[in-house]
Design a protein around this ligand. Structure first.
Ligand SMILES: CC(C)(COP(=O)(O)OP(=O)(O)OC[C@H]1O[C@@H](n2cnc3c(N)ncnc32)[C@H](O)[C@@H]1OP(=O)(O)O)[C@@H](O)C(=O)NCCC(=O)NCCS
Length: 200
């Protein structure tokens, strides 16, 4: 996700510095630009940051480690498009990463530190919880709640709920790539397939 995040930052005109956890990370990212070790990152505390890591639980840990110390901003690719008032809703959040081609329609609430990867779409009346990760090409139809920390895989379709009965994906649940979800999904579980079934 770090490289995808960089793509968004570049498109917004930022100059990017990666923060590496250890020497292995340092060498892995060296060819992509400037990198500093996390232990030396104090010098960047006045510079806006995002957490470009796909796993929501890791984002949560890092966000909590630096809470109040670092300014977390949103990164929004210029090609993303938003329905009425959605941009204002987004601007009230922090740590959100929105990649190229994302579309939000209307009346959508999103949490802090959410990621919307390439060409994913979110339809009307949805709620996407803190630290949720929406993978490339995922399609979230109307009246769906995605719980905190849930991971929606690439190309997933979350079928719509209704005004009377919201479709709910439980917190920290993973939906495997390509699944089509027709029913609610329990928390802390893994679902795959068409129609999606629980495997763990
Ligand atoms: C769902 C997922 C997390 C499961 O990973 P895992 O726990 O390592 O599971 P395994 O690979 O051991 O597979 C377990 C079973 O589920 C099946 N399975 C795994 N992923 C599947 C998928 N996406 N669709 C259908 N079946 C799937 C496997 O074939 C296997 O079936 P079997 O027990 O009959 O052999 C993973 O396969 C996945 O889809 N991840 C999302 C990938 C993605 O979208 N990445 C986006 C990156 S930006």
């Amino acid at each position: 996700m770090a490289r995808e995040t960089r793509d968004v930052a570049d498109a917004m005109g930022f100059s990017v510095v990666f923060i590496a956890r250890d020497d292995d990370d340092l060498s892995a990212f060296g060819e992509y630009g400037d990198v500093v070790l996390e232990t030396d990152a104090g010098q960047f505390k006045d510079i806006p940051c995002v957490i470009g890591i796909g796993e929501g639980s890791t984002r949560r840990k890092i966000a909590s480690r630096y809470s109040g110390e670092i300014e977390f901003i949103n990164l929004v690719h210029p090609s993303a498009t938003f329905g009425k008032h959605q941009r204002e809703t987004l601007d009230a959040k922090k740590g959100v990463i929105i990649c190229a081609g994302v579309r939000f329609s209307s009346n959508i609430a999103i949490g802090d530190f959410t990621i919307f990867n390439l060409n994913s779409s979110v339809s009307h009346d949805c709620m996407i919880g803190d630290f949720a990760t929406i993978s490339p090409q995922a399609c979230i139809l109307g009246n769906v709640t995605v719980g905190n920390g849930a991971w929606i895989g690439a190309g997933v379709v979350l079928n719509q709920g209704s005004n009377d009965s919201t479709r709910v994906i439980g917190s920290n649940t993973i939906i495997g790539s390509g699944a089509v979800v027709l029913d609610n999904c329990e928390a802390d579980s893994i679902y795959v397939g068409i129609p999606a079934r629980k495997i763990a």
